[in-house]
Design a protein around this ligand. Structure first.
Ligand code: ADP
Length: 299
């Protein structure tokens, strides 16, 4: 940690503690895709999680902090343990970092998956809102994700999700003429496929794959590393289906609380396409086949 980073981090920790603090240990944490992650242990034994990236794209950690804070502010009415979100202490002003509560990991309780599904459904239901988007743009992985407030979901999804990723892929030379034709046709058909059910916006994690939750000491899920925005909940669930990490009990738990409307399987495919396109843009052409098979089916 350089002197300037240490100074800013220390100031945030002192504000949290209400007095002088001293960092006793500083250990790197593996598993991240983008930034440098560290566990900070203070003299009193308390621990904090620091993520920094000297060349982070603009506002990356501010957007993560805004997402985590927005999610933490959702309070489901039920007696069930709400989804846990790490408390954010702050972000850097002189260099890019985010400092938050450190989550000590534990073992999942036997009812972990069903609880997690129920908690996510309760979370979605408690966060319902009229407009789609978010208070600021953020990132999905390291790809910019635009979130302008939009009244109509279909417009939001077509323009700021699918068309945005198609355009990035085009600009990077990852598409050819037939891919582009299919993309244009699919964009024209978004309304046909996604109009029903007319559900309200919910606050979404936005990037909910198996690597973006932790299990805490109580055996419950903790959401990390979000790409938060208000969208239709099926778009949040789509990511859970893509790379593993969620089992049948999770989906049963979710639907016990808030069942999905008929036809969700097809819509989930179109929502998955956004993430596959993002992977195409981030990691290259090995994801093109997966994108094309969904595009051919729905274009
Ligand atoms: P990146 O944005 O670089 O992908 P992540 O936010 O995924 O980084 O964090 C990297 C790793 O650090 C995660 O896989 C997880 O193991 C751990 N981690 C993330 N947030 C916390 C936290 N609040 N407390 C403890 N460990 C965390």
């Amino acid at each position: 940690m350089n002197a300037s980073l240490l100074q800013e981090v220390t100031a945030l920790l002192q504000a949290e503690h209400g007095g002088a603090i001293k960092i006793r240990d500083n250990n790197s944490v593996g598993g991240g895709c983008i930034s440098q992650a560290e566990k900070l242990t203070l003299e009193d034994g308390s621990c904090f999680f620091l993520k920094s990236h000297a060349h982070a794209p603009p506002q990356m950690f501010e957007a993560e902090a805004a997402g985590l804070k927005a999610m933490a502010a959702v309070t489901p009415p039920s007696a069930m343990t709400p989804l846990r979100i790490p408390k954010v202490l702050g972000t850097g002003t002189r260099q890019p970092f985010i400092l938050m509560e450190f989550i000590e990991e534990g073992r999942p309780k036997p009812s972990f998956s069903a609880d997690f599904g129920r908690q996510l459904a309760e979370f979605h239901r408690a966060s319902q809102s009229e407009r789609f988007g978010f208070k600021m743009n953020n990132y999905i992985g390291s790809t910019p994700q635009p979130n302008p407030w939009t009244d109509r979901w279909l417009d939001f999804w077509r323009e700021h999700r699918l068309a945005h990723q198609f355009e990035l892929a085009r600009r990077q030379g990852l598409t050819d003429a037939s891919f582009n034709q299919l993309a244009d046709r699919l964009l024209q058909r978004v309304d046909d496929h996604l109009a029903a059910p007319e559900e309200k916006a919910v606050l979404m994690h936005g990037d909910l794959w198996g690597g973006n939750y932790l299990v805490d000491k109580t055996g419950h899920a903790v959401l990390i590393d979000p790409a938060t925005y208000y969208g239709r909940r099926e778009a949040d669930l789509a990511m859970t289906h893509l790379f593993g990490g969620f089992d049948a009990a999770f989906y049963r738990g979710y639907e016990e609380v808030w069942p999905l409307a008929a036809g969700s399987d097809d819509r989930l495919e179109i929502y998955k396409l956004y993430h596959l396109l993002n992977h195409l843009n981030l990691f290259g052409s090995s994801y093109r086949g997966g994108c094309l098979s969904i595009m051919r089916r729905f274009a």
